[in-house]
Design a protein around this ligand. Structure first.
Ligand code: GTP
Ligand code: MG
Length: 233
């Protein structure tokens, strides 16, 4: 083959590969558009699950206040994961990118964060949730007894709650994170800093400093609990 013909066939091969890449990207974009629309359409289910648990928690908190004159819950935050973050997470975790897979594989499309004044309140809230006979606790991860290597502390529960619709009942998974005000202070700032650092690696010295802060905060949480127990005796 002459040099010209060789160049031409190379160009054609590159063109073909380029076209295939474009087609593939287009296909992915179309599929993603489909699942993003489907996720938007079902987001009301997750909002409903959050509403049910929030109402339950409010009732339990009021009952506790009335009996013990103290609130185990300082405040609640909640969110439904955006369809885009949901798709990003499916891709990141190597799961199939479709609605079924999102609903089955992801535990945190609906999330509630319960912020408590003291460490013991966290377990009070956990116990109150566990004894509700319409809530199924799927998994508990105790990052307070076993903090993450970076110092992160919280109690995580994956629960299933029944949501009632006009013609059926559905059990919906919700991720519940329970932590003290102090743990939340650390986790919020650590998250922001990690996000700001953007590059995947936070410098070693920064990680070590953050870990030290987490441990100091944990000691303070224990002291505050002791002071509280002493005062209410
Ligand atoms: P993913 O849900 O895929 O992230 O992993 P997982 O199922 O192992 O969940 P894990 O319990 O580790 O974390 C779930 C959530 O807890 C995260 O989305 C965060 O909100 C929070 N979290 C976990 N680890 C950290 C951490 O090191 N720092 C902060 N700020 N938040 C964390
Ligand atoms: Mg999770």
């Amino acid at each position: 083959m002459c040099l010209n013909a060789q160049n031409q066939s190379l160009e054609m091969a590159i063109d073909k590969e380029y076209m295939m890449q474009i087609k593939e990207e287009h296909l992915i974009a179309t599929q993603n558009r489909k699942i993003i629309k489907e996720l938007y359409d079902i987001s009301y289910i997750y909002h409903a699950a959050i509403k049910e648990i929030s109402t339950k928690l409010e009732i339990l908190n009021n009952e506790f206040q009335s009996i013990h004159e103290q609130n185990p819950i300082h405040n609640l935050k909640n969110r439904v994961k955006t369809p885009k973050s949901t798709v990003d997470k499916l891709i990141r975790k190597g799961f199939e990118v479709n609605l079924e897979s999102a609903r089955q594989k992801l535990d945190d499309i609906a999330g509630i964060r319960i912020i408590c004044p003291y460490i013991e309140d966290i377990y009070t809230v956990k116990n109150m949730l566990e004894v509700q006979d319409d809530i199924e606790v799927v998994r508990i991860t105790d990052y307070i007894k076993n903090p993450k290597p970076n110092g992160y502390r919280s109690l995580h529960l994956i629960i299933k709650v029944p949501v009632f619709f006009s013609d059926h009942k559905e059990f919906v998974k919700v991720e519940v994170q329970i932590r003290t005000i102090a743990m939340d202070f650390w986790a919020s700032l650590e998250h922001q800093l990690r996000y700001k650092a953007k590059s995947t690696q936070v410098p070693q010295a920064t990680s070590a400093a953050l870990k030290e802060c987490a441990d100091t905060i944990a000691q303070t949480d224990i002291r505050m609990q002791d002071i509280h127990n002493h005062v209410i005796q």
